[in-house]
Design a protein around this ligand. Structure first.
Ligand SMILES: [Zn+2]
Length: 112
């Protein structure tokens, strides 16, 4: 509490900045707050399809391809589609864009 008191003292003179600039800045900040940036959703363990190794789900209900297309800059593909519990379009994207295909899951008891 003592710390926040000090900070509020520092902000004692907000009007020192040009008034027009100040209001402009505040307006931009308000827009940022109104615009909801989609967040990554925790997919959980119930989505076992291989596509989720490369896709992430965001709060806007879209699935985003996180495949790294540029290893140096670690640029994600960013391709996305509305996720409606179907993974077919995501599978198609992985195959056509990244040459990633579902591994044939022949019961791999050999792994253990
Ligand atoms: Zn992709």
């Amino acid at each position: 509490m003592k710390v926040s008191f000090k900070i509020s003292n520092l902000k004692k003179h907000p009007n020192y900045a040009s008034p027009s600039q100040q209001s402009k800045k505040n307006r931009n900040n308000d827009n940022d707050l109104l615009f909801e940036v989609p967040q990554w959703v925790d997919i959980g363990n119930n989505k076992t399809s291989f596509v989720w190794k490369h896709f992430g789900l965001k709060t806007d209900g879209r699935a985003y391809c996180r495949y790294i297309v540029n290893q140096d800059e670690e640029t994600e593909c960013g391709w996305n589609c509305i996720y409606n519990s179907q993974t077919s379009s995501m599978i198609h994207h992985l195959g056509s864009a990244h040459k990633i295909y579902e591994e044939k899951l022949v019961k791999t008891n050999k792994n253990r």
